[in-house]
Design a protein around this ligand. Structure first.
Ligand code: ADP
Length: 258
């Protein structure tokens, strides 16, 4: 896992007089799950959208799988999958029709049922997006990022608003995507999620990377400074109680068509 698939060098982004990204540099290795963490307004989305070719940078150099963002943005577009909010999907189309639409746009042949199997939505093939639960919508939007068989997938807070079962289900989906050789870049506000999923994380604050390493390494470094949690942790937490009582099975009631 040591081929660099993304390199970002000295990335700067100004919005008018405001410097949202202040010269950040990082590499993402092929086949890893890389997390971009940080408080709201830190500059995560700006950074991701620049790499995704959706936003202009002020300065800096970005290479994605050997392509230079400045001169070959169209080559980059072909090898990345970007998760879109399902609210932007045509409301009148069902999942099969949407997959058909996207594969036409990307000029790709896909087996729609194989794709729906991957995200566990075969039984919803003829449903419209608005009839899906929150977790199902997220899984479908992730499925659409895979249509152009990307080498890198970008997921922006994919589990926000999901119940613990749906969140865990999505974690396994992300791991499966990586298992197939795809590099994953993810943003999340859930530190347990980052700890479970990410090989490495970069913590961004006010437009700067303040730490970058594996979650384990970052935790060890903090402990080495003498840090101790104010209260001794119990062997389980409330989420463990919740999962113990309600199980891992997905609860996805179909929302009737209005
Ligand atoms: P994050 O994704 O970490 O929450 P963003 O990249 O969305 O952070 O935003 C970083 C900073 O840039 C914030 O202060 C935000 O208000 C500002 N910002 C984002 N987009 C714009 C824009 N289009 N115009 C002006 N300021 C922006």
């Amino acid at each position: 896992m040591d081929k660099k698939i993304i390199t970002v060098q000295n990335l700067v982004k100004h919005y008018g007089n405001f410097e949202a990204v202040k010269g950040i540099s990082f590499d993402v290795y092929e086949g890893e799950i890389f997390g971009l963490l940080g408080p709201n307004g830190a500059g995560k989305s700006t950074t991701l959208e620049i790499i995704e070719t959706l936003r202009d940078k002020t300065s800096g150099k970005i290479m994605v799988d050997g392509f230079d963002l400045d001169t070959q943005p169209n080559e980059i577009k072909k090898i990345i999958g970007v998760q879109l909010q399902t609210s932007g999907f045509y409301p009148g189309l069902n999942l099969l029709e949407l997959i058909d639409l996207f594969s036409g746009l990307y000029n790709q042949k896909v087996d729609p049922y194989a794709l729906l199997d991957l995200v566990n939505l075969r039984d919803k093939a003829k449903s419209k997006v608005k009839q899906l639960s929150g977790g199902q919508k997220q899984r479908f939007s992730i499925a659409t990022t895979l249509i152009n068989k990307p080498r890198i997938v970008f997921l922006d807070e994919p589990t926000t608003g999901l119940d613990p079962q749906a969140r865990r289900n999505l974690w396994e989906l992300v791991r499966n995507i990586r298992k197939q050789g795809t590099t994953v870049i993810i943003t999340t506000h859930y530190m347990d999620e980052a700890e479970y999923l990410c090989d490495r994380v970069a913590i961004v604050d006010s437009g700067r990377i303040v730490a970058m390493a594996s979650p384990d390494q970052l935790i060890d470094e903090l402990v080495a400074t003498g840090f101790e949690r104010p209260k001794e942790m119990k062997k389980a937490n409330l989420e463990d109680v919740f999962i113990h009582l309600t199980g891992n099975t997905l609860r996805e009631t179909q929302i009737p068509e209005s």
